[in-house]
Design a protein around this ligand. Structure first.
Ligand code: COA
Length: 154
């Protein structure tokens, strides 16, 4: 999958931005710190490499690098359904921007890229679950409320 050089992010004129799929080296370059700001992973870099190795190919974690360090991340799961005549749905998970990098459009830029990747993978929609506090963030990016989230704890 192609690496995307990000041309312009507001307020970040002199910085280099790249969006690409997560690589094992990112576990020593800010990925875990970024995700820890969503929820503490408690993982070592070696444990994270094992998880990346075990993953199915339709689970894709993207990173936005700022000057070579991970500044934001999002995961896309691509699911081909039996209903909707085999239609493909994208599920977005684990969106986070490092606390010191927030408010500069990084998550927006990353999610716009992930949505385009979902389109390229044939998805007819992209869905996610989130808390009420971050609904306005997703609405700014173009999501709308649809359905409700349910869970059972195991
Ligand atoms: C939510 C989060 C990913 C936003 O990242 P960010 O890089 O600061 O977001 P951006 O700067 O790209 O913001 C994009 C737009 O959303 C708005 N926005 C950002 N956070 C917002 C919030 N909490 N509430 C309302 N609007 C918000 C921005 O003002 C911006 O609007 P604009 O482009 O119209 O000016 C980040 O705050 C974060 O990591 N939070 C902790 C983890 C989390 O809750 N993740 C979501 C899991 S579902």
């Amino acid at each position: 999958m192609a690496t995307c050089q990000v041309k312009s992010i507001a307020g970040a004129a002199n910085r280099t931005h790249v969006i690409r799929l997560l690589e094992p080296g990112d576990f020593d370059s800010g990925f875990l710190e970024t995700l820890n700001s969503l929820r503490e992973t408690g993982l070592t870099a070696d444990e994270a490499v094992q998880i990346l190795d075990n993953r199915l190919p339709n689970i894709r974690t993207y990173v936005l690098l700022e000057d070579g360090q991970v500044a934001a991340t999002a995961t896309l799961m691509v699911e081909q359904k039996f209903i909707h005549r085999g239609g493909i749905v994208g599920h977005i998970e684990d969106v986070a921007t490092r606390p010191d990098k927030r408010g500069r459009g990084l998550a927006r830029r990353l999610l716009e890229h992930v949505i385009e990747e979902a389109r390229a993978a044939g998805c007819y929609k992209v869905i996610l679950d989130c808390s009420a506090e971050v609904e306005p963030f997703y609405e700014r990016i173009g999501f709308r409320q649809a359905g409700r989230c349910m869970r059972v704890d195991l």
